[in-house]
Design a protein around this ligand. Structure first.
Ligand SMILES: NC(=O)c1ccc[n+]([C@@H]2O[C@H](COP(=O)([O-])OP(=O)(O)OC[C@H]3O[C@@H](n4cnc5c(N)ncnc54)[C@H](OP(=O)(O)O)[C@@H]3O)[C@@H](O)[C@H]2O)c1
Length: 263
């Protein structure tokens, strides 16, 4: 299936690793020109070079989206964008007792306001051009939060909310706004965290044992595994193309059935 992304230019924030990197690679393989973004130049160059080596089109835009100046820098380097994937973000595994007010504010800035900054800089031109896609990465913890890292859970909920508000604001335009909500996805930091926790939880010694037992204990789901970054990328890529023109203000959950809701 051709997702018809050729000729579109996509900025994927936070594409130096994890879900963002997988998304950039897939959008490029589907014909989009991608802009790789992060704060780390070395890693951004590595990802962009590897995409180009595989026949894709990639440039880079560096900047800290936690500041207005950083967002200005990223928007200027990114250029004429018609697909924005708001993916950059961070999470710290802290319980309520350790998540200070400053940590809440910092998390809101990095995970929520970062995306708002890019929407404000890039969406006006999408309206004028009469094509645009904004995909915000949310998460299942927005609707089914853990007792742990409350600041992170709440920041995901804010992302879902703002993406739907944006869709309403875009009514009557050719620009859509949607959410992809991952469950627990296996990126290196997640694997490292679980492997460290395993001896104390008795999940096993091999990764297969740790994955099976930790999923059943922490994020029980119908697929009995963690998701993979490519599975998030697939949902984002679909929303970026013309086949998704009639979808706006929606959430696609990619979580193996972790969230136990019919809607
Ligand atoms: N993995 C999961 O299970 C999961 C589940 C649900 C939602 N999510 C969300 O998906 C997104 C990606 O997660 P991931 O697991 O792929 O994480 P990751 O591997 O740590 O990637 C995070 C990306 O965000 C960038 N970033 C972080 N802070 C930034 C800042 N202040 N300014 C600009 N860029 C910044 C990082 O780039 P540099 O380090 O180069 O700056 C990196 O490219 C996050 O927003 C996360 O909340 C993840």
């Amino acid at each position: 299936m051709d997702l018809q992304l050729t000729g579109h230019r996509a900025l994927i924030t936070g594409s130096t690793s994890g879900l963002g990197e997988a998304t950039a690679r897939l959008l490029a393989a589907e014909g989009a020109e991608v802009v790789i973004h992060g704060r780390s130049g070395d890693r951004a160059h590595e990802v962009a070079d590897s995409i180009v080596k595989n026949g894709g089109k990639a440039t880079i835009a560096l900047g800290d989206l936690g500041t207005d100046a950083g967002a200005d820098q990223v928007a200027a380097a990114a250029g004429d964008i018609d697909i924005l994937v708001n993916n950059a973000g961070a999470y710290e595994h802290l319980p309520w007792a350790e998540a200070t007010a400053d940590i809440w504010l910092h998390t809101y800035n990095i995970n929520v306001v970062s995306g708002v900054r890019m929407i404000q800089r890039l969406v006006p031109a999408m309206r004028d051009k009469e094509y645009g896609r904004v995909v915000t990465i949310g998460g299942g913890l927005s609707m089914q939060p853990f007792d742990n890292h409350p600041h992170y859970n709440a920041s995901l909920a804010a992302r879902h909310n703002l993406a739907v508000s944006l869709a309403r604001d875009l009514a009557g335009t050719k620009v859509t706004s949607n959410v992809v909500a991952p469950g627990a996805i296996l990126v290196p930091a997640v694997q490292e965290f679980l492997t460290k926790l395993s001896p104390e939880r008795g999940w096993g010694d091999t990764w297969d044992e740790i994955e099976y037992n930790s999923v059943r204990e922490i994020v029980p789901n119908d697929r009995v595994r963690y998701g993979r970054p490519d599975e998030i990328a697939g949902a984002v890529a679909y929303l970026c193309g013309p086949y998704a023109e009639y979808i706006s203000g929606a959430t696609i959950r990619v979580d193996g059935g972790t969230v136990r809701g019919a809607f």
